[in-house]
Design a binder for this molecule. Structure first.
Ligand SMILES: [Zn+2]
Length: 470
């Protein structure tokens, strides 16, 4: 460490890691953390950030975003930054004319130009065995995770049958990557949708009946068995159902490399929202039963270390695209699917602090675990990201526990002007973030501009921190 002076000192705050919270200062030189400890042991800083009375966490990572569509690479990452995030890992796919490496190059150019936060990619595979030839090269390019949908046969090649999944997992595992699976039994769900349409059970409140919780368990079982067969590490995205979590825990106990995430919407919302929000609350998997049983299981699973990450699954749509779903929650008048998805990238960090730490009394270390260290470990960014320690990128999130705010859709920075958390009162708010040593978010304003974010070439998975958070 340079003995004279460093660029920045963050003083006075409570440093939070995945295992402890303690009073200390952080020294930053250039893009990197160079020291953590009592301020007297660190060199003086050219800039001093006073974090007295605040939590200083590692930069938060959202490993499940869908930018590049309604929220483009400028708007989406900006909204993420306003919400306290410093890194996103976004889903991309290939067009009809390009292979995986070409598609990665193209998306990277766009995101390099526009993203204000650091970014990596997961690749969505379609049921096209030819495309699998690009997997080893994609892993070399730093795209080490590949998502397959067991849902949506109604959309053609986006649905991956079991034989394709097996072949893909074999290649992904051999290449040092990890498979991600959207677990819902698509054929049964499509059948149930058609049956409900025939029976004219198509109101928003009829939606959950077409996506029963056992379809998530059933397809998770298949995904885990195929992963076991092929030796491929597997990650179940957006877990929502208690039954599926129990199935995942069995495989974890048997030593299989299987991990999962849940999302704020599955922790905090239920089917009861369909009455108020109708198509705006249509997401896949659906919001689960209003008895709270599934939500409770997601909280417990996350607290006890069976669910490694919390991610947003942010997918915002315009009002017009959703509105037709009030009449028929499945399809509009022209037979087009009412889109699945809701905006959530901007509200995730405040909600997890306010609802998880303040209301439910989860330890603050839980946040560092599910939003930083575990995402970094599982998605090949550790120890560059996810921790506050010498040598790591100086990505920092500062939360003021005394700041109160009410969530309003019209104040969001995404294209959607609605949020399923309208009028929710939040205790504690992300007031500052640093991205590789530079202040990104400062009291509700962004100090960095589009393009400040950098592409992250990721490696294969490292096991996450498990066991009860404490
Ligand atoms: Zn998603």
């Amino acid at each position: 460490m340079s003995p004279q002076e460093v660029d920045t000192i963050i003083r006075g705050g409570t440093i939070v890691t995945s295992s402890s919270a303690f009073e200390a200062s952080v020294a930053i030189q250039g893009e990197t953390i160079v020291g953590v400890g009592p301020e007297a042991t660190l060199p003086p800083g050219k800039r001093v950030i006073d974090a007295t009375g605040r939590y200083v966490l590692p930069g938060a990572i959202d490993v499940h975003t869908h930018f590049g569509h309604h929220d483009d690479w400028r708007i989406g990452p900006q909204a993420a930054a306003y919400g306290g995030l410093t890194t996103v890992i976004n889903f991309i796919s290939a067009g009809p004319d390009n292979d995986l490496p070409q598609a990665i190059e193209q998306r990277r150019q766009e995101a390099d130009r526009d993203s204000v936060v650091d970014f990596g990619f997961h690749f969505i595979l379609r049921n096209d065995p030819q495309s699998l030839r690009g997997v080893p090269r994609a892993v070399e390019m730093g795209v080490s995770t590949f998502k397959m949908f067991m849902a949506y046969p109604k959309w053609g090649s986006i649905w991956c049958p079991d034989d394709f999944i097996a072949e893909a997992m074999e290649i992904i595992g051999d290449s040092g990557g990890m498979a991600q699976v959207h677990c819902e039994s698509g054929l049964v769900i499509d059948y149930l949708e058609q049956r409900q349409i025939r029976e004219e059970r198509v109101r928003p409140s009829d939606f959950l009946a077409s996506h029963p919780d056992w379809t998530e368990e059933e397809s998770a079982n298949r995904a885990l068995k195929i992963a076991e067969l092929t030796g491929c590490p597997v990650y179940v995205v957006h877990l929502s159902a208690h039954l599926a979590l129990e199935r995942i825990k069995e495989s974890q106990a048997a030593g299989q490399q299987v991990w999962t995430e849940t999302c704020p919407q599955y922790l905090l919302l239920s089917d009861a929202e369909m009455e108020r929000w109708g198509p705006f609350a249509k997401i896949g998997p659906p919001l689960r039963s209003a008895d709270g049983m599934n939500q409770e299981a997601m909280w417990r699973g996350s607290r006890d270390g069976f669910i490694s990450c919390v991610a947003s699954d942010h997918a915002s749509f315009d009002r017009e695209q959703k509105e037709a779903g009030w009449k028929n929650i499945f399809f509009d008048g022209e037979g087009k699917t009412i889109p699945y998805g809701a905006p959530s990238v901007e509200t995730m960090v405040p909600l997890m602090y306010s609802e998880g730490v303040v209301k439910r009394g989860l330890p603050i270390t839980w946040m560092a675990r599910v939003l930083s260290e575990n995402p970094a470990r599982l998605f090949g960014l550790f120890p560059r990201k996810g921790v506050i320690q010498a040598g790591a990128d100086a990505d920092i999130l500062i939360i003021d526990p005394n700041r109160e705010k009410t969530i309003r859709g019209e104040e969001q920075h995404v294209t959607a002007d609605y949020t399923l958390y309208e009028d929710w009162k939040i205790s504690g708010w992300p007031v500052m973030s640093l991205l590789r040593g530079r202040v990104l978010l400062n009291d509700g304003k962004l100090e960095l501009t589009p393009g400040a974010g950098a592409y992250l070439a990721r490696k294969g998975p490292l096991p996450p921190i498990a066991g009860p958070a404490g």
